[in-house]
Design a protein around this ligand. Structure first.
Ligand code: ADP
Ligand code: MG
Length: 488
């Protein structure tokens, strides 16, 4: 057992708070605005300007804390964290250190083999983002864009409870989903709204944790997994060779898939934290926290459970449907609309399953193919529900329904109007179908003779011919019945 090394991972996640304005100033936070158009005197650190705490951001942090099953602190404080960086005009960042707004909590993840693991949350605190240094506009100059300076961030710190790259990715996906359901962070990793520092160490089971290495600001799940895999291999090689792992901060290089030293322990910064004299301690009322709690939306796990128990959906379908809050909302609105069309008779699990199939199948491929979003597609939940209704009532077959669905992309009106316009309604009139059957049988004299002589497998062929003659519109059950009658 001497050379068995176990990896241990803890995360520091920075999540940009969804808010109209910044943490301590009232300028907007719109992404992609022209450089330096969203900067107040506070953000630019003009002398004498006072920060004013944005209560909406405070509520966002409370919401997030509650969503992470964490303790909300009735008193928290803001501190100045000092460091020099050109895009940090004040020379310090206002953050929370000794007394964060959110204390310990947890979130559960499911591993690939279906094991549920509870990952501890150490804390969540509020802090300001820095500005952005732009190095690629000019070969000799660096430009500073302060639009992001002062935007509210939540730093979410986990306990060192994760064991490998797979669990870390599962955790971040779950966290991202939870934040999106809560409406507190959009989780967009490409735009930098969600970024993670990854701490990795190795130890031998049953012994204290080893020295950790921090890998900074890796901005995609794939890179995070690569960085972890690389670090585990690098540290294992050192330890097996009897060499120590240095405590350091490393950077991930996406080109090579490797990490390299950014700064070591000796260069570690002393931030000289001290309470911000401009900001009094933040005090929260228990009643206010209870209000926020009562207004929390249903979170993904609860929603999945409900979809499964109420409608008997498979774990697989339920997982896909809850993967984004918009998907779940679309599905539930479709069920809602179906229910209305049903005069509020309870939906059967068969109906819920058909709706799930349409959303996960044709609807998702429609979004993929057209690049439309759920909010911009003309195929609204109501229209989809009306289409499903036509199938359930056997007004159209499943096959015709696919054609109608495709037309919903470009044609206006209810599915029934499209069906009528094209003359696609299912034919259920017995006399009409009987006429079609007679017509087919009259043409197929040789096959009819063979059938009557005992070649019974020809029955399916006759069904096919009648369906074809009706352009796919005849009701198959009636076709079967009429064929049986007229051949018998
Ligand atoms: P700092 O703020 O100096 O980075 P913290 O003690 O707050 O230090 O830890 C930061 C992160 O490092 C947390 O996510 C924690 O889970 C993780 N961590 C702490 N010890 C270890 C360890 N031995 N191995 C891996 N991760 C660790
Ligand atoms: Mg750290």
């Amino acid at each position: 057992m001497k050379d068995v090394w176990e990896s241990v991972i803890g995360l520091e996640v920075h999540a940009q708070v969804i808010a109209q304005t910044k943490l301590f100033s009232s300028v907007p936070t719109t992404f992609g605005a022209k450089p330096n158009t969203q900067v107040s005197f506070v953000d630019a650190a003009f002398p004498g300007m006072l920060p004013v705490l944005n209560r909406f951001c405070v509520d966002q942090a409370i919401k997030t804390g509650l969503g992470l099953n964490a303790q909300i602190m009735l008193v928290s404080t803001f501190e100045r964290k000092h460091y020099f960086y050109p895009d940090l005009p004040a020379g310090y960042q206002i953050s929370q250190y000794q007394h964060p707004i959110v204390g310990e909590g947890w979130m559960e993840i499911e591993t690939e083999i279906g094991e549920v693991r509870r990952i501890g949350i150490e804390r969540l605190h509020l802090e300001q983002d820095a500005g952005k240094s732009v190095h690629d506009l000019d070969p000799h100059k660096t430009y500073i864009d302060l639009n992001r300076a002062g935007v509210a961030l939540m730093e979410i710190v986990t306990k060192p409870d994760l064991r490998n790259a797979e669990e870390t990715v599962a955790f971040l996906k779950k966290l991202r989903r939870t934040l999106r359901y809560l409406g507190t962070c959009d989780g967009n990793m490409e735009e930098g709204s969600l970024r993670a520092d990854v701490n990795i160490s190795l130890h031998q089971p049953g012994t204290p944790l080893g020295t950790r290495v921090e890998v900074k600001n890796v901005n995609s799940l794939r890179f995070i997994a690569q960085a972890i895999t690389f670090e585990i291999a690098r540290q294992t090689a050192l330890l097996v060779a009897g060499q120590p792992v240095e405590m350091e901060t490393r950077l991930f290089d996406a080109q090579t898939g490797e990490t390299r030293t950014m700064r070591n322990k000796e260069e570690a910064q002393d931030y000289r934290y001290f309470p911000d004299p401009d900001l009094p301690p933040l005090r929260l009322e228990a009643a206010h926290i209870a209000q926020v709690q009562a207004a929390l939306p249903e979170l993904p796990d609860a929603k999945k459970k409900r979809l499964r128990t109420t409608f008997g959906l498979s774990a697989y379908d339920a997982d896909l449907l809850i993967s984004e809050p918009e998907f779940a909302a679309y599905y539930e609105e479709t069920l809602e609309a179906l229910l209305k069309g049903n005069n509020h008779r309870e939906l059967t699990s068969h109906e819920a399953k058909i709706a799930a199939n349409w959303v996960l199948g044709d609807f998702f491929s429609h979004l993929n193919r057209t690049g439309l979003s759920i909010s911009s597609t003309p195929i609204t939940p109501t229209r989809l529900a009306k289409l499903i209704h036509l199938i359930l009532q056997e007004t159209i077959s499943g096959k015709i329904a696919k054609d109608v669905f495709a037309l919903l992309e470009t044609e206006e009106g209810d599915p029934m109007e499209i069906v009528t316009r094209r003359g696609w309604a299912q034919v259920t009139d017995i006399a009409t179908i009987e006429a079609l059957v007679l017509e087919v049988l009259a043409k197929e004299t040789a096959q009819v003779a063979a059938y009557k002589a005992g070649k019974e497998q020809l029955f399916g062929y006759f069904v096919g011919q009648v369906m074809k003659a009706s352009h796919g519109r005849a009701n198959p059950q009636i076709v079967n019945a009429q064929l049986k009658k007229l051949l018998g």
